[in-house]
Design a protein around this ligand. Structure first.
Ligand code: GLN
Length: 590
């Protein structure tokens, strides 16, 4: 097993996650089975209790692990399935050590940060790196470990010390360090400044780790003279300095890293046996090049409104945004995403701040399609319900996710079934019409946790369903969940009789997973979170449906047996009707 430790210098938030994922991507493209570990030095056991405002979204894994959103980057870039143990936090490490201490495993010794915490970290990394993360169950050969935060943070110290020891434990040829640093270019001079990088490399060295690669992030491209300067002052060869300036899309990051000789460096440094020779085949990294080029050449855009409650921090909807991007790119459209604060759509806002209210409604009305993502708690619920009503009544494409499904059901109950005051017991426990209720999940005889988390199966019913067609007419799909409340099965018949169809359910038939509205082009919602399994080259079906419907191409896509016309990426000027007619003519002529 080979390890690449990625550390950060100067400040966080400069794309260390994407750079770490890109190391994985370029080696995976060479045919090496990859895995990754993310270390978050905070005390929380996992990300489950985080407010999306502080840390961005909580990412959910197949096994139900609630983890840092960076794990989402790894899964998407490397197309792998990680496990909850691939995310290490200080809390998890201490919990593990303290449990052992209580059991008496340390035989009366004083339990200390060094060696007990540092040993636990090393054993954890060695154990988890071996776990297969792909369907073929092949053991990984290289593990990228991203250490969150920046070098010098108090919280990160035990981890840095653990890796200082680890480099000797696994031997030099199996371990290297890539240090991601910032090279600011102050407006006043425009000149790139290397001092902060020098200082952080010095700090890293002082803690016993030497960088093998220094990855410099900057706004503008950095010239060779600055590279030389960093090489001189940081005591590394020029080819060990990699520069990454701001790029048109994240898909360009692995390409830019590869073009600077990262693979050649890693082959020598880690003594890698590549399954391909030094002459790379022409198909090498082609998928990424195509993706990046397609992204840069999109001419038309699709306007999507996201009606949420954590709209001030875009990271709060990171996977939803990525899934929308994957789907838009597939259809050949640039995603124009507008975040609408759900509460601003409520009549209370009209009284308090009419400008905000009207602006929010204008954004909603201007959009081609609407997404109502997941969420918790009361704030903004009525605004989301109004957004659903507007989409339902005006034939606007809508995709609801988790809470989005629940509000669509509440809206239908109130405005179509005329069940005034219908609500979820999460919002109003006293409601006369409890259309969304708490349905704890029992695992065998044992009561599970309070949340239904992770991968579960959804079976499609015997009926025509757009979502089923978008998934490729499969019998069942497996997607990830994170919720507590669900549609009350007692009312399912009433909803269906009025046109709101529950086209997918869990194995027991009691949990409603997918809704579709009769007579509407695309009014769809899922109780699960399809965004977690969306990939740049494999967009998620419900998201693809939303984008297709929003640009008026859903019908022709379905009529073609779920295929996009080859012209889609070059010519997206045709409407659904024209497109379809033109295509049928081509077929007739042939
Ligand atoms: N709050 C809702 C529930 O617990 C929805 C959760 C979500 O959207 N992730 O069921």
């Amino acid at each position: 097993m080979k390890y690449i430790l990625v550390t950060g210098g100067v400040i966080s938030g400069i794309g260390k996650g994407v750079i770490s994922s890109s190391f994985g991507t370029i080696l995976k493209e060479c045919g090496i089975p990859m895995t990754s570990i993310k270390i978050d030095p905070y005390i929380n056991i996992d990300a489950g209790t985080f407010s999306p405002y502080e840390h961005g979204e909580v990412f959910v894994l197949d096994d139900g692990g609630e983890v840092d959103l960076d794990l989402g980057n790894y899964e998407r870039f490397l197309d792998i399935t990680l496990h909850r143990d691939n995310n290490i936090t200080t809390g998890k490490v201490y919990q593990h050590v303290i449990t052992k201490e209580r059991r008496g495993d340390y035989l009366g010794k004083t339990v200390q940060v060094v060696p007990h915490i540092t040993d636990c970290i090393q054993e954890w990394v060695e154990r988890v790196a071996q776990i297969p993360v792909t369907e073929d169950n092949n053991p990984p050969e290289v593990c990228v470990i991203e250490l969150g935060g920046t070098i010098g943070d108090i919280e990160g110290m035990p981890f840095v010390e653990a890796f200082r020891q680890f480099q000797f434990r696994v031997k030099k040829e199996n371990f290297c360090v890539a240090h991601v640093s910032l090279v600011p270019q102050p407006r006043s001079t425009g000149e790139p400044k290397t001092k902060p990088t020098q200082a952080s490399v010095r700090e890293l060295r002082g803690l016993g780790l030497s960088p093998d690669l220094i990855v410099c992030r900057s706004e503008q491209p950095i010239g060779p003279s600055v590279k030389d300067k960093i090489s001189n002052f940081c005591h590394v060869a020029p080819e060990q300095v990699i520069t990454i300036h701001d790029l048109s899309s994240i898909y360009r990051v692995p390409l830019l890293m590869e073009s600077q000789g990262v693979i050649e460096f890693l082959i020598t440094r880690l003594q890698l046996n590549l399954p391909i020779g030094p002459e790379r085949p022409r198909s090498f990294m082609r998928k990424w090049r195509d993706l990046a080029d397609n992204f840069d050449h999109l001419r038309k855009s699709v306007n999507i409104a996201l009606v949420g409650k954590y709209t001030k921090l875009e990271d709060a909807y990171a996977s939803v945004t990525k899934a929308l991007q994957h789907a838009s790119l597939e259809v050949g459209y640039k995603l124009n995403l507008r975040y609408i604060e759900a509460a601003n759509l409520e009549t209370a806002t009209l009284q308090e701040n009419p400008v905000l209210y009207h602006e929010a409604w204008q954004q909603l009305c201007k959009s081609d399609g609407v997404i109502v993502p997941g969420g918790f708690g009361k704030r903004g619920i009525e605004g989301k319900i109004s957004a659903c009503k507007w989409c339902r009544v005006n034939g606007k494409p809508m995709l609801g996710i988790c809470l989005g499904l629940q509000v669509a059901v509440i809206e239908f109950a109130r405005n179509v079934l005329a069940w005034e005051g219908a609500n979820s017991t999460e919002i109003d426990p006293e409601t006369t019409h409890q259309v969304i209720i708490d349905m704890p999940e029992y695992n065998g005889s044992e009561k599970g946790g309070t949340m239904r988390l992770g991968k579960r199966s959804t079976k499609f019913k015997e009926c025509t369903s757009v979502v089923k067609a978008l998934y490729g007419n499969v019998e069942a799909v497996e997607e990830r969940h994170r919720h507590r409340y669900e549609v009350n099965p007692a009312f399912v018949n009433d909803f269906e009789a009025a046109g709101l169809k529950f086209v997918g359910q869990d194995d027991s038939g009691q949990r409603m997973e997918i809704i579709e509205l009769d007579g509407h082009d695309y009014y769809v919602a899922t109780q699960y979170h399809p965004e977690y399994l969306s990939r740049p080259m494999k967009p998620s079906a419900p998201f693809l449906g939303l984008i297709l419907a929003s640009v008026g191409k859903l019908k022709s896509y379905l009529a073609r047996g779920c295929r996009l016309s080859p012209r889609n990426l070059s010519d997206n000027d045709l409407s659904d009707e024209e497109d379809f007619v033109k295509n049928s003519k081509i077929k007739q002529v042939k």
